[in-house]
Write a new protein. Structure first.
Length: 330
């Protein structure tokens, strides 16, 4: 439930759109607190559980910030409120940010929440797709707009995309469960979770394990904010780090908090718990264990640049700025 590249969940997520767009605001603080908005990239769910923890536990208020969390969704793109200054930070993805920068947006990626891109190939356990080569001869259900994503995976693994039959589908597990297709292009944390909750035995092949390197759930800010609101950016990231460290320690508690905070969002606890558990290995790694939540390196940036080029997003390493994280993690 987030954004990726021009092909993204903003393009193909059908479920949840009726929930609408809203905002979660913290109580007003004393005048000494600075107001700052964090623009989420999708509808409220445990996907943003670390931010909810930071809000509930007062991590931001302790750092002098009065933070509001603005819900995203199919009709609430991240980039405009960040560009206009309505949001200090937005949660986006490297491919979306690259597209915006190509159109003149003054963005920098200042932290990376998902160390692994969540795009996956989901299949039934009885007919699994475990490697890119297993896609040959298969029918894959997906939005046609996501063809560049599949093409990139194929290019990275020496697979002829014409050996795979693309079947346009809605973002729903039904075509796979009913046998209309052999697999689905989706997020690791949603359709596979839905099938598991429904008792459907399935498996996923994470595309990030086969060369598809596109930073997701990234934190973006404008160059102006980096120059003029640096202390606020550092404080907001510090709160995020503390919230997500708590999330890693107890994902089930993060899921329970999410359901409690958004009772009208149509969320159920078992689904949120499983999603939270599936999300942990995407967001935490040896890299974050060593350097801290949100970290990225010159090497991971280089891998992103390579994959983004396959998506016709040509960027340079200066799209990423690690200096704030270096302050946050000391």
């Amino acid at each position: 439930m987030i954004n990726l590249t021009k092909p993204t969940r903003r393009t193909f997520l059908q479920t949840g759109a009726a929930l609408g767009v809203g905002a979660f605001g913290l109580p007003a603080f004393a005048a000494s607190h600075t107001t700052a908005n964090l623009q989420l990239s999708w509808l409220h769910s445990v996907q943003f559980g670390g931010s909810y923890i930071a809000a509930r536990k007062g991590y931001w208020s302790d750092l002098g910030l009065d933070v509001s969390l603005a819900q995203g969704g199919p009709n609430a793109p991240v980039e405009p409120p960040v560009v206009t200054g309505q949001a200090l930070i937005g949660i986006s993805a490297a491919d979306y940010t690259a597209a915006a920068v190509a159109e003149g947006a003054p963005f920098k990626i200042i932290a990376v929440a998902m160390q692994k891109n969540p795009f996956a190939i989901a299949s039934l356990a009885g007919n699994p797709v475990n490697t890119p080569a297993d896609l040959i001869g298969k029918k894959i259900g997906m939005a046609v707009a996501n063809t560049p994503v599949l093409q990139a995976l194929c290019t990275l693994n020496g697979i002829d995309i014409n050996s795979i039959e693309i079947v346009p589908t809605q973002y729903d597990p039904a075509p796979l469960v009913s046998g209309q297709v052999d697999c689905l292009l989706c997020w690791e944390t949603d359709l596979p979770v839905a099938m598991t909750i429904q008792g459907v035995d399935n498996t996923t092949m994470l595309m990030a394990d086969h060369g598809y390197a596109v930073h997701s759930q990234t934190y973006i800010a404008t160059e102006d904010s980096l120059a003029n609101r640096r202390a606020d950016l550092v404080a907001m990231l510090k709160g995020e780090v503390m919230g997500w460290n708590d999330y890693q320690a107890d994902p089930a508690a993060a899921a329970a908090l999410t359901v409690e905070m958004f009772p009208d969002a149509g969320l159920d606890l078992p689904t949120q718990v499983l999603q939270a558990e599936r999300q942990v290995p995407l967001m935490f790694s040896e890299l974050t264990d060593t350097n801290g939540f949100g970290w990225f390196t010159d090497e991971t940036v280089a891998q992103n640049i390579k994959t983004l080029a396959l998506l016709d997003r040509n960027v340079s390493a200066d799209l990423w700025d690690r200096s704030l994280l270096e302050e946050v993690h000391g």
